[in-house]
Design a protein around this ligand. Structure first.
Ligand SMILES: [Zn+2]
Ligand SMILES: [Zn+2]
Length: 151
């Protein structure tokens, strides 16, 4: 897993027969500037781009996100809101996992070296090239637990 900059992304995309178009570069830049812990859905990204005066259609955004996730540039996350969220795929030591409240979708990021080690070892053993390793924990947060307690 490696973090991409424009130059290395261009090389990677070219290697796959894709071009780093200005639209793809704009999308990548937004993810690179995203504060840690923030995740964007295709719709979030679309709104943000419109706000910035960048007219990129939702279908182009969907395709670009899928492509970047397949290449291991972005991570595709199931954060339990009924649609996928994306974030940049950061290498160790920024690599992290998610703890999600199934009631309010409050998400906490956490790091755990042994999960990544298991992922790396398992992929290597089978001769796979690791792109990402995610553990998503579904749980009920303390606030929602208190709300569930009968008065
Ligand atoms: Zn995250
Ligand atoms: Zn909650």
């Amino acid at each position: 897993m490696s973090i991409y900059n424009s130059a290395s992304l261009k090389a990677e995309l070219n290697g796959h027969g894709w071009r780093l178009t200005p639209q793809r570069e704009t999308i990548l830049q937004i993810f690179q500037d995203l504060p840690q812990g923030e995740h964007l859905s295709a719709e979030d990204l679309h709104q943000r781009l419109e706000h910035d005066g960048e007219g990129i259609s939702l279908s182009t955004i969907y395709r670009t996100l899928k492509l970047m996730a397949r290449m291991g540039i972005l991570r595709e996350l199931e954060l339990g809101e009924g649609h996928k969220h994306y974030e940049i795929n950061q290498p160790y030591p920024h690599h992290h996992h998610h703890l999600i409240c199934t009631r309010c979708n409050m998400t906490i990021e956490f790091k755990n070296d042994s999960i990544l080690k298991i992922g790396t070892k398992t992929a290597q053993k089978e001769g796979y090239q690791l792109l990402d390793c995610q553990l998503t924990i579904h749980a009920i947060c303390p606030r929602c637990q208190r709300a569930l307690v009968p008065a």
